[in-house]
Design a protein around this ligand. Structure first.
Ligand SMILES: Nc1nc2c(ncn2[C@@H]2O[C@H](COP(=O)(O)OP(=O)(O)OP(=O)(O)O)[C@@H](O)[C@H]2O)c(=O)[nH]1
Ligand SMILES: [Mg+2]
Length: 416
């Protein structure tokens, strides 16, 4: 092989990368990364590999997910849509709730940071002459990836007829029983001595199941939730199920759109982005590589910059998301921002990126790189991008978790 296969040289190079990780781990990790990198070129040329990576990144940008939310008037469709987007009614772009107006057309609510992931508020199903078949045609069922059917009281024939029709048309559906916070509240008021949250929820679940079974759905799964307390009850389980039932880029798009409802969601975002950084680094190793003054390797700054700004959005650390979270948690935005260690989303620019690259101690590399073959250059550019983004990813994920915890602390208004 050529000079780029010289693993000894690469191991020495990687030793000099000071990325703030455990040096031994980083050393082992970087060798593995480089091995995988070189593996890619066994049967493929540079241009081909770069274009595969580029294509995947591009197709993610154009990945569309359409989620339909349906149910009777007042069941809580709009509130559920807002909760799933991490918004309350007062936030910009939120679905209006509580107003009794008859909607006849589906209304679209894109995720604030990810307009290609869309929730559709479908017209109510409660009219006396309701026909599932006609209804689904009217709302153009074909364009939705799946349906969420919401009831705030009992499930009825209308819900199951709709579910069966959705199934017949080859789409998935999920049953959601909303407003369980009200049920719990009522039960506690009526039976203060014997009240147990667990048994009330279990009873609700049995009741929903019984009604759905009576109407012909053999083994229904039901998600009991409150759109006012979306981190509780079955809401996290529903989100996880929706995610698990999606494939490939749609799954990625859905996960990255979600508000940081739990520590697990943040961890999962981190895990998928770790893999994603692979592609970003590959694309940036060959495309548009510009030598950076003072640094021995060339990197594509615009790809780095674009990725970092996107990471802020995925982790809800952009100003818009923070403002919404501040409003919902009753915390001043400054208090949320105070726990963020990485540079502010607005401050990220080319200079910051270059500074971060310099911080990776890359100038030291020159000492070990007497002659650079084109593949070695690409390899180092790849590794630099990879480890810099990995480090940045770790930082923003930790920031996101601290922000989530700060918003949840009880001294302010409770998180709603
Ligand atoms: N306590 C509680 N109230 C809820 C919940 N979900 C919705 N609501 C309230 O129920 C009312 C109706 O909710 P919406 O979300 O507007 O219901 P909808 O299905 O969109 O209603 P239409 O658009 O009229 O068909 C509002 O006053 C909401 O605040 C919930 O989970 N818990
Ligand atoms: Mg509504």
């Amino acid at each position: 092989g050529g000079p780029w296969k010289d693993m000894e040289l690469i191991s020495r190079l990687m030793k000099t990368l000071d990325l703030g990780f455990d040096p031994k781990e980083l050393f082992k990790g970087s060798i593995k990364v480089f091995e995988e990198f070189t593996d890619l070129f066994k049967n493929k040329g540079q241009a081909e590999v770069a274009s595969i990576a580029q294509t995947e990144l591009e197709s993610f940008k154009s990945t569309i997910l359409n989620i339909a939310v349906t149910g009777e008037t007042g069941a809580g469709k709009s509130s559920f849509i807002n909760a799933l987007r991490g918004l309350t009614t007062q936030d910009d772009g939120a679905a209006p709730t509580g107003v009794t107006e008859t909607m006849t057309e589906p209304t679209v609510y894109p995720y604030p940071n990810h307009p290609n992931v869309r929730l559709w508020d479908l017209p109510g199903t409660g009219t006396p002459d309701f026909q599932p078949n006609t209804y689904l045609k009217q709302v153009n069922f074909k364009c939705y990836d799946f349906f969420v059917i919401i009831a705030s009281e009992r499930f009825k024939g209308i819900h199951t007829a709709l579910a069966r029709e959705i199934e017949r048309m080859g789409k998935r559906f999920y049953f959601v029983r909303s407003k369980v916070d009200e049920d719990l509240h009522n039960e506690e008021r009526d039976h203060p001595k014997t009240f147990s949250q667990e048994s009330v929820l279990e009873q609700l679940r049995m009741d929903c199941r019984k009604h759905l079974q009576k109407a012909g759905i053999s083994n229904p799964e039901i998600f009991l939730l409150s759109s006012c307390e979306f981190t509780k009850y079955d809401a996290p389980g529903l989100v996880k199920t929706l995610q698990d039932d999606l494939q490939g880029l749609q799954r990625l798009a859905f996960l990255l759109s979600l508000p940081n409802l739990s520590a697990e969601i943040i961890e999962e975002k981190k895990a998928v982005l770790k893999k994603w950084i692979w592609l970003i680094s590959l694309a940036s190793a060959f495309v548009n590589v510009i030598p950076i003054p003072g640094i021995s390797v060339a990197c594509d700054i615009s790809i780095l910059l674009g990725s970092m700004i996107a990471f802020y959005k995925y982790f809800g650390l952009d100003d818009g998301s923070l403002a919404n979270l501040a409003r919902q948690s009753g915390k001043p935005i400054a208090e949320l921002k105070a726990v963020i260690i990485s540079p502010g989303a607005k401050e990220i620019n080319r200079d910051v990126v270059i500074k971060l690259l310099l911080k990776t101690s890359l100038p030291k590399l020159t000492a070990y790189v007497p002659v650079l073959g084109p593949m070695l250059t690409a390899g180092i550019s790849f590794l630099t991008t990879y480890f810099m983004l990995l480090r940045f990813l770790n930082e923003v994920a930790e920031d996101a978790e601290r922000v989530r915890k700060t918003a949840l602390t009880e001294d302010g208004k409770k998180l709603k």
